[in-house]
Design a protein around this ligand. Structure first.
Ligand code: AHM
Ligand code: MG
Length: 334
């Protein structure tokens, strides 16, 4: 039997090829993995924890927070603030950048995360996840707001953890995409999906069809052509999925291809879309591109966007290369 390669072993091995690597990054990832194991445990206890349902609060985006949104945010912050690897954090659940308390050392990295993506699914026992993005900051001092406003192409690392039938971490450091399954017997993430690549062509799309009347013409056209099936210009039948957890959709696309769209909504064109750039679109986009796919707003590559706010929203179109290229092409034609 082949020996298992743990997440820590895998990262140490990757870091060996980098001259003067201090080991900080390896330790940071291992702290994130520990936090995600705690979240996996909290999520798996379901109703037994007494923590399902809404909290009495709204987050900065005006969305009602689930109790588990707050609990998982606290797990991430508690696991990362003391370690000395970070100079600041940004969370979907917190308005301002999170300051590392005075008495803890400050490191060279910035962590941005959505602690519980797809949390509307938590009460119905469907897959949710944690998304994270790591940027370089200024070592030794507290990060300012401007320090976070880097484009997605500057990411040092991005990952997401799926809390589904199994707990799975998908990770990129810019050298391809690898997947690690949490082995509950030994409590470690173990390499199970090496060098994941997205099939180029596919026949599956994911979009919230209830918003159809609010989409722009290029997205209307793309979906309409998929719906026409083999009688239409695409000449093939399409399947549709909508889990309402981007992490689950992204994992499905990494596994069997397809396209995911959360496009611009004409009700609120100035808002840019639903999904957040810095801790949803950028990390997932980095992973999708590293696996051979594309991630775009329809008009611009997501990873090229210069952010103007930590909670900025963007339209997101990602997945198999040829399908995303088609949607981008439709945008260029209008
Ligand atoms: P969340 O971070 O508040 O959970 O919102 C993001 C989620 C995505 O995971 C998912 O793709 C989308 O919202 C679903 O939105 P909708 O309920 O409009 O279909
Ligand atoms: Mg989210």
């Amino acid at each position: 039997m082949k020996p298992h390669i743990s997440l820590t072993q895998f990262i140490i091995d990757q870091q060996r090829s980098i001259p003067n690597a201090s080991g900080d990054f390896t330790m940071l990832l291992s702290d994130i993995a520990s936090a995600c194991k705690r979240i996996a445990h909290a999520v798996s206890r379901g109703a037994m924890s007494g923590q399902l349902g809404s909290a009495e609060s709204e987050n900065v985006q005006g969305e009602t927070q689930k109790q588990l949104d707050i609990i998982t945010n606290d797990i991430m912050v508690d696991a990362l603030e003391w370690t000395g690897h970070l100079s600041g954090m940004v969370s979907e659940e917190i308005d301002e950048p999170i300051v590392i308390p005075e008495h803890f050392p400050k490191g060279k990295y910035l962590a941005l995360f959505d602690p519980l993506d797809g949390s509307s699914n938590i009460d119905i026992n469907l897959t949710v996840g944690t998304i994270f993005s790591i940027l370089k900051g200024r070592e030794g001092c507290n990060a300012s707001l401007e320090d976070f406003l880097q484009s997605g192409s500057q990411q040092v690392c991005a990952g997401f953890v799926l809390y589904g039938p199994s707990t799975l971490m998908i990770l990129t450091t810019g050298h391809g995409v690898n997947g690690f399954t949490l082995d509950p017997d030994i409590g470690e993430f173990v390499l199970t999906h090496r060098n994941m690549t997205i099939p180029e062509d596919s026949q599956e799309f994911a979009i919230n069809m209830s918003n159809q009347r609010f989409w722009e013409a290029p997205v209307q056209r793309y979906i309409d052509e998929c719906m026409q099936g083999r009688q239409g210009p695409r000449g093939k039948d399409f399947n549709m999925r909508w889990v309402a957890s981007m992490v689950a959709e992204a994992y499905r696309i990494l596994t069997r291809g397809g396209i995911f769209l959360y496009p611009l909504d004409q009700r609120q064109p100035d808002k840019g879309g639903k999904l957040r750039l810095m801790y949803e679109a950028n990390p997932i986009g980095f992973i999708i591109e590293q696996a051979g796919g594309l991630c775009s707003t329809g008009r611009q590559r997501i990873l090229d966007i210069q952010p103007d706010g930590i909670h900025q929203r963007v339209p997101v179109i990602l997945g198999s290369k040829s399908e995303v290229e088609r949607v981008v092409d439709y945008h260029q034609q209008t």
